[in-house]
Structures are given as structure tokens and as C-alpha cells.
Design a binder for this molecule. Structure first.
Ligand code: C2E
Ligand code: MG
Ligand code: MG
Ligand code: MG
Length: 285
């Protein structure tokens, strides 16, 4: 058996690996064309205030309908963009589009995901400032969501990048908190404006007490830094009640709304405005 494994490892030509590489190259090419041709789209998922249950913002999420293949998950193509030098163009497209779109909803803030590959660029803060100026949007309405992987590898550069972005008035959120290795020491020094609790911690809390305790402890950890906390992946009312009880001030998940096209968000915004006007009339009467 060991001998067999040894022989397998020595094989130089592996047709399966060739096919993988070919598929990856094809994907990369298609993605490049999609970015250049503006074929990526954005959907927006509501961010809900835990106290009022009003929509207070949206998270922009990129979508790609690959010709001849159908929709490809960002979990698949973002890593490809990262390793093939496409992430900056993709990220610029997303930021620009998201900022332009949110202008039609003055009552909402917008969250945009940012990849380490964008963050790594020393000019990142400059181009963010440029995009915001061009879109003529107030920086304080914009939150950039980053994950912790890169920060832990490059704490020094990350801290500098975050500081510069915050000088612009932009908010920085730590995404997917609790999904991997999290060091509270690091969190403290970066000055995050918000922490987002990963969906994996919210799942299964109804079935498992230990999961529930894990969630509670993680939210408490985040809150011990005096940073507002969002819970992601809320799919049921029970989950919404639990995370609110544990101290999350913002809720996000299919229970409140799936990621949707801008027109749908506009409908929700108009409905909310109508409700507010009605309330005012009722209160006045
Ligand atoms: P994320 O930033 O943590 O986004 C949340 C993901 O969870 C989204 O998946 C969203 O559709 C999904 N989600 C939200 N609520 C629920 C729920 O209740 N149940 C379940 N099962 N899922 C829920 P999506 O859109 O597939 O994006 C996956 C990841 O890809 C994102 O995770 C983010 O890391 C990355 N991503 C998406 N758009 C962009 C982008 O424009 N730029 C960059 N750099 N990354 C992006
Ligand atoms: Mg996110
Ligand atoms: Mg997340
Ligand atoms: Mg995620």
C-alpha cells in the first residue's frame, strides 16, 4: 500500500490536474471579460436595526452569471480574482457601483466587502477617497467589511490602512467574526467600528445548547471591546430573538430579507417611508 502511494506521488503527468488547470484558466478568462465588460451585478441584503426592526442599511454582494455556466458563487470567483490580479478591478467596480446605487436611498448606509488584495495596495485609501468623491457620497455612510486572515499576517500594514480609511470618515467592520482564529488582542488595536458575527455561530442554536452558549460568549467577547455587533445568517425568528438578547444591535439574514436587486430595496424603502408618514399622521391626530 505504501509503495503504491509512493508510486502515485511520483507520477508526473496527471490528466485530472491538467483538466483542473484548464478549467481554472477558462474561469479566469471569463471573469476578466466579465469585469471589463461590466457583466458583474450587485445585489443588496437588508441590515435591520434590532430595536426598531427597520432597515438601516444594506450589504452589497457581487453576482456573476457566467456565460454558458450560470451563476458562480463569489466564494468561488473572489479567490480566483485574488490570485490572478483581477481583484482590484473587481473591487473598484463593486465600490463604485454600490456608492452610486445607495445615493437613491439617503436613509440607508452601505456595507461593501473588501479583499486582502485590495487592502494590500498602499494606494487603497486614496482610491476609496476618489471613488467616494466621484459618487458624491458621505463617507460616514460607507462601511468596508474585512476579514481577519490578512490582518493577522500583516498587523502593521493593516493598522495603517485602517487608520487612513478612518481618517476619511469611513467605517470599518470585521466580517465573519468567530469563524476562525480570532485574537482579542488584535481586535483591540485595529479600532473596528463594528463586528459581524459569522453565520456558522448562529446556525443550530435551536438544536444545541452548547452552540447557543458559544454564540453568546462570542457576542459577549465582541461587546467587551465596546464595539457594536451585527449578527449574520438569521434565518428564524428564534435566532433573531436570541442574538438581540445577547446584545447584537443589527441583524442580517434570510429571515429579514435575501440579497436582492436594487429595485427591490427601493420598494422596501418606499414602504418604510409610507409607514413613517402614517405613524406621524396617527400620532398627530
Ligand atoms: P459575507 O460578506 O460574509 O456575506 C454574507 C453571505 O452570507 C452572503 O453570501 C449572503 O448571501 C449569505 N447569507 C446572508 N444571510 C444568510 C442566511 O440567512 N442564510 C444563509 N445560508 N446565507 C446567508 P454570498 O453573497 O454568496 O457571498 C459570500 C461571500 O463572498 C461573502 O461573505 C464575502 O466574503 C464574499 N463576497 C461577496 N461579494 C463580495 C464583493 O463584492 N467583494 C468581495 N471582496 N467579496 C465578496
Ligand atoms: Mg460581508
Ligand atoms: Mg460575513
Ligand atoms: Mg463570509
Amino acid at each position: 500500500k505504501a509503495k503504491e502511494a509512493g508510486r502515485a506521488r511520483m507520477t508526473l503527468y496527471d490528466p485530472a490536474m491538467d483538466a483542473d488547470r484548464e478549467e481554472r484558466n477558462a474561469l479566469e478568462l471569463d471573469l476578466r471579460m466579465a469585469i471589463e465588460g461590466g457583466d458583474l451585478t450587485l445585489v443588496y441584503q437588508p441590515l435591520i436595526d434590532a430595536a426598531s426592526h427597520e432597515m438601516v442599511g444594506v450589504e452589497a454582494l457581487v453576482r456573476w452569471n457566467r456565460p454558458g455556466h450560470g451563476p458562480v458563487s463569489p466564494e468561488v470567483f473572489i479567490p480566483v480574482a485574488e490570485t490572478s490580479g483581477l481583484i482590484e478591478a473587481l473591487g473598484l467596480f463593486v465600490l463604485r457601483k454600490a456608492c452610486e446605487t445607495v445615493k437613491q436611498w439617503p436613509e440607508l448606509r452601505i456595507a461593501v466587502n473588501v479583499s486582502p488584495g485590495q487592502f494590500r495596495n498602499p494606494a487603497f485609501a486614496d482610491y476609496v477617497r476618489y471613488v467616494l468623491r466621484q459618487a458624491d457620497i458621505e463617507p460616514k455612510r460607507v462601511t468596508l467589511e474585512v476579514t481577519e486572515g490578512y490582518m493577522i499576517q500583516n498587523p502593521q500594514r493593516t493598522r495603517q490602512a485602517i487608520e487612513r480609511l478612518k481618517t476619511l470618515g469611513i467605517k470599518i467592520a470585521l466580517d465573519d467574526f468567530g469563524s476562525g482564529f480570532s485574537s482579542i488582542g488584535y481586535l483591540r488595536q485595529f479600532g473596528f467600528d463594528r463586528i459581524k458575527i459569522d453565520r456558522s455561530l448562529v446556525m443550530d442554536i435551536q438544536e444545541s445548547d452548547s452552540q447557543r452558549e458559544m454564540l453568546q460568549a462570542t457576542v459577549a467577547l465582541a461587546r467587551s471591546l465596546d464595539i457594536p455587533v451585527t449578527a449574520e445568517g438569521i434565518e428564524t425568528e428564534e435566532q433573531a430573538i436570541a442574538v438581540r438578547l445577547f446584545g447584537c444591535d443589527t441583524l442580517q439574514g434570510y429571515f429579514f430579507g435575501r440579497p436582492m436587486p436594487a429595485e427591490k430595496i427601493t420598494e422596501l424603502v418606499l414602504e418604510a417611508r409610507g409607514r413613517k408618514m402614517n405613524n406621524r399622521r396617527t400620532n398627530a391626530a
